[in-house]
Structures are given as structure tokens and as C-alpha cells.
Unconditional design. Sequence first.
Length: 263
Amino acid sequence: CALCRRADCDSELFGQTCHQDGLCVHENCLYHASGLSQRGADGEGFYGFLLPDIRQELKRAAHKTCCICRRRGASVACQGRRCPRNFHFPCGGERGCVSQFFGEFKSFCWQHRPVQRLRALRRGRSRCLICQEPVAGRPRFGTLVSAPGSARGRRGCCPAPGAAPAAASLPPFPGSRDAAWELEGAFDDHYQRHSSCDAARCLCPGGRQQADDEGPWRLLLCNSCGSRGTHRECGGLGEEAGSWECGDCGRAGTGEELHAGLN
């Protein structure tokens, strides 16, 4: 892969390997490259990433050093506020960094990665839903908790990009991607990104659908479920707020809202 410099082809970790015009890149390395945007249609380039844009991203990343392996070509930047760390997508996974497979596909280093704020289960009840091995009752990097907060799973067992069809029957874990059989288009109407403010009273002059990149009318989606949104102003959030949880998801855990800069 031209982005991560690895020859690995494990689709559960890297996604599909794309080849065209002498260029070879992993699907997930594309999605998480911080300087790359999907400017083409789905059938253009690699999943909408145009080849000239990919080559431009390779030039940009060539000047970035991975904070983990210390090699050049680190295309993934931590989205923590003022964090200077850059890393290769697979290096990040090995070091405990978190890459989100939803929304803007943001990535965070081990210091700034999002943390699930949920109550610990009673002793003796914490087992991985998949392998049935004991897991930590309190959320940590190696343990994920389903969105309703009722099931635990080891990170290595939970549904990953390109996962087997059986994974579709599991409760939803934040950051998991669709099972392989879902990618065939059977549920395309379910995968539309939520795009409106759901505050009881929307204050935006442009209406609930307005979504600015910054400022009071930036639309924030729920950090856990992604199915509800609020403008910063409508949710009573400050200019620094970069993430938010809806009332239902907050009640499933501690009820705390997540804000950028609080780690």
C-alpha cells in the first residue's frame, strides 16, 4: 500500500486492496487519510477517491513522520485539539489509536481517543458476547460496549470492516462497520447520514437542514448513535464543542455530554 507502506491484505483490518495505473492502496487507509476527500462518484477512482487526489495526498504525507514507527508517509492525523501526532492507519491500531468508521472518519491518538462513559457491570457478568472470554467490566481500549450499554465485547472479536456475515446479528458497537452481505446494497436506504437539527426549538435562521462547517450553526450528530443532531447554538454548546450525545444515549451511560478537549 502506497499510504501505509505495508503489503498486508487482511480485509478485516485494511479493507479491500485497490490496484489501478500502478497505484496500490488499502481501502481503509484511503478513508482515514486526513488530507483526502471523496470528490468523485462511487464508480470513479477508488470508492470515489480520484487518483490525482491520492497522488497529491502521497506527496503531502511524504513529509509526515509516523509517531509510532518513526517512518515517513504518515497520512493519518490525530483530530485532538492542537495534537501534532501523525501515524499510518495500521500503526495507529497497534498502538491503541482509534479510527471512526462513520461521519467524517476521524482518527485519534491514544491520548485523545474517545472514551465510552458507561457504568460498570456487576462482577461476574462481564463476558465477551462472541468468544465468551472474561472482559473488563469497565470500558477500556480492549473492551467495547454496545450502544444500549447491555453487552460487552473484546475489540478483537467485534465486527470489523469486511467482517463475516454472522457479525450482523450482534448488537451495534460504536465504530463497527457493515457486515459483508449488507454491502451488496440491500439496505442502502438505511445508510443516509442524518442531516437535520432535532432540538425541541431550532434557532437557526436557515432552518433545521442548515449545516455550516464551523460556528453556531455547525450540525453535530450524536457521538454514539449518529441518528440525532443539533446545531451548537440550539444545543447550548460552546464554540469549542466538537462532539455531543443525545439524551437517549446519555441516559444509557452516565448522561454526560462529550465535548472536544475533554479527555
